[in-house]
Design a protein around this ligand. Structure first.
Ligand SMILES: [Mg+2]
Length: 220
């Protein structure tokens, strides 16, 4: 039976293990498209939208952003995603798969909130066999900043289900995920497997902090 509860998942550091390899396709696309070397070095991608990151790289290289440049980059990025889809650059974080499937079969509405472009999110989550469990999401093309992306995710989910959700949860690995949950009026479960330490997360008072999904011993 469908529950009137929406659960919004972050991707990197939450569903996908975050390490230096996760961003390789994006980094290679940046270098190839701009004909530079190590263009992503020193650029913090954590909890940022892909477009925002791309703009910073352009600025670092004294180039002005244009939609034309962006669209050109997207083509190269897609070919990189295709090139890497059978490699192991994207791996499951903790026991995310079991928990996602469990919620899905119990009738929760599952959505994504990510700075990733939807095309990147789709490649990554299809590789892990998890894309199909998500109704919709807010992605890098839906806004430059996390709150805009989250608003878009919620709007799409409400439209798809034609309902106001009685309860909402955000699950993510960063302080920004906690702030995003507050912004949406959702409860938040912080997971310690990503960019931010338990100490750092605790300071923002998430409703729960977990190290793995099986730590969630309560009903959402
Ligand atoms: Mg994350």
């Amino acid at each position: 039976m469908m529950k009137n509860v929406a659960v919004f998942f972050d991707i990197n550091g939450t569903i996908i293990k975050r390490d230096s390899r996760t961003d390789v396709p994006f980094a290679e696309a940046v270098d190839e498209f701009l004909d530079i070397k190590d263009g992503m070095e020193g650029v913090d991608t954590s909890a940022r939208s892909d477009k925002d990151v791309f703009m910073e790289v352009l600025e670092n290289n004294n180039k002005e952003f244009s939609e034309e440049l962006w669209n050109g980059f997207l083509k190269v990025y897609e070919s990189k995603l295709e090139e890497f889809k059978d490699t192991d650059v994207w791996r499951l974080n903790a026991d995310a798969d079991e928990y996602i499937k469990k919620l899905y079969y119990e009738g929760y509405t599952l959505c994504l909130i990510s700075g990733e472009l939807s095309i990147g999110a789709k490649y990554k989550l299809e590789k892990l066999g998890l894309w199909k469990y998500f109704l919709t999401g807010g992605f890098g093309e839906d806004g430059l900043k996390r709150f805009e992306i989250a608003d878009s995710a919620l709007k799409k989910a409400k439209e798809e289900r034609n309902t106001e959700f009685a309860e909402m949860y955000v699950i993510g690995d960063t302080v920004l995920d906690i702030k995003t949950a507050r912004h949406l009026g959702a409860k938040v479960i912080s997971i310690t497997t990503g960019s931010h330490s338990r100490e750092k997360l605790e300071k923002e008072n998430p409703d729960w902090i977990i190290d793995k999904f099986s730590d969630i011993d309560f009903e959402l």
